[in-house]
Ligand binder design. Structure first.
Ligand code: ZN
Length: 135
């Protein structure tokens, strides 16, 4: 694995399950055990019913591009070799929105509503990023 030079997330007690799932190449989000709704990003309580009874649930990894932007200037020097870079909000089939990047597709082919599926980028021994590619 080549040395990864971009900034890395620092998992918290709320997000640890998400990162552990990604490491297994499984896309997981929180699901409320009381009302059954999925949510992302991870939160202490369900935004729909305020229950704190939560589990990590594997989701399909499929969704559509809700909105996106194309970076032609690096947001930080470490991203310079990845330009142009597409950052997108993905609407997962299960409902939640997830911020990520679109890969495997020229930026001019990305559009709102584009069907996408998750792929996993192993950045380091501990961190794997879910990214999305057209399907
Ligand atoms: Zn709930």
């Amino acid at each position: 694995m080549a040395e990864y030079t971009r900034p890395l997330p620092r998992p918290t007690k709320f997000s640890q399950g998400f990162w552990e799932g990604a490491k297994r190449h499984e896309l997981v989000v929180q699901r409320c055990r009381d009302c059954g709704r999925y949510r992302h990003s991870p939160k202490l309580a369900c935004p729909h019913c305020l229950s704190t009874d939560t589990e990590w649930a594997r989701v399909s990894g499929r969704g559509t591009v809700y909105t996106y932007t194309v970076h032609y200037r690096a947001p930080a020097p470490a991203f310079g070799s990845d330009l142009p870079l597409v950052t997108a909000l993905i609407e997962l089939e299960e409902g939640p929105l997830m911020m990520s990047n679109i890969v495997g597709c020229p930026p001019e082919k990305v559009r709102i509503g584009l069907p996408v599926e998750v792929v996993f980028e192993d950045a380091t021994e501990h961190i794997t990023f879910p990214r999305f590619k057209p399907r």
